[in-house]
Design a protein around this ligand. Structure first.
Ligand code: TNX
Length: 512
């Protein structure tokens, strides 16, 4: 383009993008090769007038595109349209785009993203970002053409819940590390972040009514091998919730009980049946701890924690764990859950539990999270038959802490090795007997931290498998195709490199 002073093909570092080169695969794509759009130094970002959300998303887009283009990209209200631009408009999107989808039109004269909600606009912005050449992720000016392939995308999710879980208990991860992960999750249209805030090795959230819990249960020397200390203050947590919400990600906090409670029981003696505090633990055993089911103080404690956690959590869900309670009898487990589930409702939240919670016939609005490794679970199937929605996290497909293969330096292997193709090749809507598409709330990718300390460690396990799970959660089944996915995934490699995101160079992918 004349105005840019750049030759049309300046610095073609990466191949031209196709309109369908997006993860997760969009629902509907109609390319129009004659309608490519080119960003120029005069491009404006025009946002829905009088919409704070659209303006904020416009600034987010501008911040994303400025470093590599060096263009000013002013964010202005979408009124007059005489300069080429990117328009972010609320309303008038195809009805099937629903509450999270969007419609993206690329023509020579401009790019228009329309959505019924800000969340949809934000999703459309992520698509636009991926449609630009990978160099757009550079933190310094790249002299090259910035072309967006022409045509129309109409896109919307298959499942309403697309999640990632981070275990802060086995090793604490700092707010900055969590935010960096959130930034990556948002690009793949993940909309929930589940924080595993307590376990045997650590307690990671400030609770005012039990003031020693976090400073002692999450202090120096806690975590696996005593090397994972730290906790979130209420201010940290609130700031994280806000940061995630600005990226249309809802935080789902988890306090694991009645097992996985050694950290709390090592700080407060009264949480043990014999009134004696247990020693802190830094090993990776599971299934040995249990709250004292017959003691009233247990329920005072649980209610205090749920009340304080619910008060700082704007999202609708609160996860109460419930897994691997091997030190609790079945009868005690039912007694406990039948007292604690109502407490979650009392404070206005909808309970999540690991799939063991299905054993107690919880109300239909309680969500069992399936983490088994087989395709059969009678309790979960019965819950689905009673109307429960199930969250799918089968450990042999969706666990990001499983090793890729025998040589992976990090991770565990109790659920098997999970290469990127294994993470991709299953159908959440047809995986578990008796749990069909209509019973599935969505897909979540848990990342347990027994072996993970740094952000580099987290990223190495999450990428490239997280995008595979994100695609299973968002894209219609009809788009499912390993050949297409593996090519689109390969193109994410240079983007991760430019963003300094660590990833596993899976031999299954032809990285450029
Ligand atoms: C099982 S999955 C656990 C966690 C471990 C994880 C390690 C689940 C509900 N419980 O306590 O961290 O395996 O992969």
């Amino acid at each position: 383009m004349l105005l840019t002073g750049l030759p049309a093909t300046a610095g073609p570092v990466t191949a031209a993008r196709q309109l369908s080169d997006v993860i997760p695969a969009p629902a509907e794509v109609k390319a129009n090769p004659k309608a490519d759009f080119r960003l120029t130094p005069f491009t404006q970002i025009r946002t829905q007038p009088h919409s704070k959300d659209a303006t904020r998303i416009g600034h987010y887009l501008a911040r994303t595109l400025r470093p590599a283009t060096g263009y000013p990209l002013p964010v202005v209200p979408a009124r007059r349209q005489h300069l080429p631009g990117i328009s972010l408009l609320l309303g008038k999107a195809a009805p099937r785009t629903g509450t999270e989808g969007y419609q993206l039109d690329v023509a020579r004269s401009g790019v228009t993203i329309r959505a019924n909600t800000p969340a949809g606009l934000f999703a459309g912005v992520q698509t636009l970002r991926q449609l630009l050449p990978a160099d757009i992720e550079a933190d310094r000016v790249q002299r090259r053409a910035w072309t967006v392939p022409g045509g129309r995308i109409v896109d919307y999710p298959r499942f309403g819940y697309r999640g990632a879980m981070l275990d802060l208990a086995r090793h604490f991860h700092t707010p900055d590390e969590i935010k960096a992960y959130v930034d990556e999750l948002a690009q793949y249209k993940i909309n929930h972040l589940h924080l595993h805030l307590s376990d045997d090795q650590g307690w990671r959230i400030q609770i005012d009514s039990w003031p020693r819990l976090a400073p002692e249960g999450g202090g120096p020397g806690t975590g696996v091998d005593g090397e994972g200390g730290g906790y979130l203050t209420k201010a940290d947590y609130t700031d994280l919730v806000r940061y995630a919400a600005e990226r249309y990600i809802t935080v789902v906090p988890e306090i694991d009980m009645p097992g996985h409670t050694n950290a709390a029981q090592s700080v407060y003696a009264e949480l043990n049946c014999d009134g004696v505090a247990v020693p802190p633990r830094t090993d990776i055993e599971v299934g040995y701890s249990s709250l004292c089911i017959d003691s009233e103080i247990t329920y005072t404690f649980v209610e205090d924690v749920i009340r304080e956690l619910a008060a700082m959590t704007p999202g609708p869900y609160l996860h109460i764990g419930g897994d691997e309670a091997h030190a609790t009898t079945d009868e005690d487990y039912a007694t406990f859950m039948n007292r604690v589930l109502p407490l979650v409702y009392k404070y206005g939240k909808r309970p999540f539990g690991w799939n063991e919670v299905a054993k107690v016939d919880p109300p239909a609005s309680t969500v069992p999270q399936y983490w088994g490794t087989t395709t059969q679970n009678a309790d979960v199937a019965e819950a689905a038959a009673r109307g429960s929605k199930i969250l799918m996290s089968p450990a042999n497909k969706a666990y990001l802490d499983m090793k890729y293969d025998a040589n992976t330096p990090l991770g565990l292997q109790w659920a098997g090795f999970i290469e990127v193709r294994d993470a991709y090749e299953w159908d959440p809507g047809n995986h578990l007997d008796g749990v069909g598409e209509e019973s599935v709330l969505g897909v979540e990718a848990p990342l347990w931290s027994e072996t993970l300390r740094t952000l580099d460690d987290i990223e190495f396990m999450a990428f490239p498998r997280l995008p595979a799970l994100a695609e299973l959660g968002w894209s219609p089944r009809a788009t499912h195709d390993w050949g297409s996915f593996s090519q689109r995934l390969a193109e994410q490699g240079p983007r991760w490199q430019l963003r300094e995101v660590n990833f596993y160079r899976s031999p299954q992918i032809a990285w450029p």
